[in-house]
Design a protein around this ligand. Structure first.
Ligand code: FES
Ligand code: FES
Length: 165
């Protein structure tokens, strides 16, 4: 049976959006299918891998577990928002420099989880980085480079902040 659509108004990457969604559709589906933001990856779609991580009101969430109507009146940020004026975010730079992008499938989710951490805690210990990434699975060569990249990103962000007026 065709379910009735509901209107959802929210901020997506800083821009106000109004969209009709089926109540059963997830935020992940709406981001990918309605807005064409394919950087947010669809993998397990059961909340187990973190590939679909986005920021919801600044906190990292699995967008496959959020129903689209739940974002009404809220703010969503996806990986597409990080590349401003064709310039990579320091977290993206650090992932590239540290060789933390392996096959790359988990990378957007990792980066969004790292962003949520660093926005809240600009100088995390290794233990805190591991905790923040605990919900993000990578099936490639391991986590050492990824953890190193988040640590480097923290240093880069501090450096950038020091240069700001
Ligand atoms: S696709 Fe959402 S947690 Fe795996
Ligand atoms: S880089 Fe391939 S799954 Fe993580």
């Amino acid at each position: 049976m065709e379910s009735t659509k509901v209107m959802v108004e929210f901020t997506l990457n800083g821009k106000a959006q109004k969209v009709a969604v089926k109540p059963t559709h997830t935020l992940l589906k709406v981001l990918r299918d309605t807005f064409g933001f394919k950087g947010t990856k669809a993998s397990c779609e059961k909340g187990e891998c973190g590939a679909c991580t986005v920021l919801l009101d600044g906190r990292a969430v699995n967008s496959c577990l959020v129903l689209a109507p739940e974002v009404d009146g809220r703010s969503v940020v996806t990986i597409e928002d990080l590349n401003k004026d064709n310039k990579l975010d320091p977290i993206q730079e650090a992932f590239l420099e540290e060789g933390a992008v392996q096959c790359g499938f988990c990378t957007p989710g990792m980066i969004m989880a790292a962003k949520a951490l660093l926005d809240e805690n600009p100088d995390p210990e290794e233990r805190e980085i591991k905790e923040a990434l605990a919900g993000n699975l990578c099936r490639c060569t391991g986590y050492t480079r990824i953890i190193g990249a988040v640590s480097k990103a923290a240093q880069k962000r501090k450096g950038a902040g020091a240069g700001e007026r």
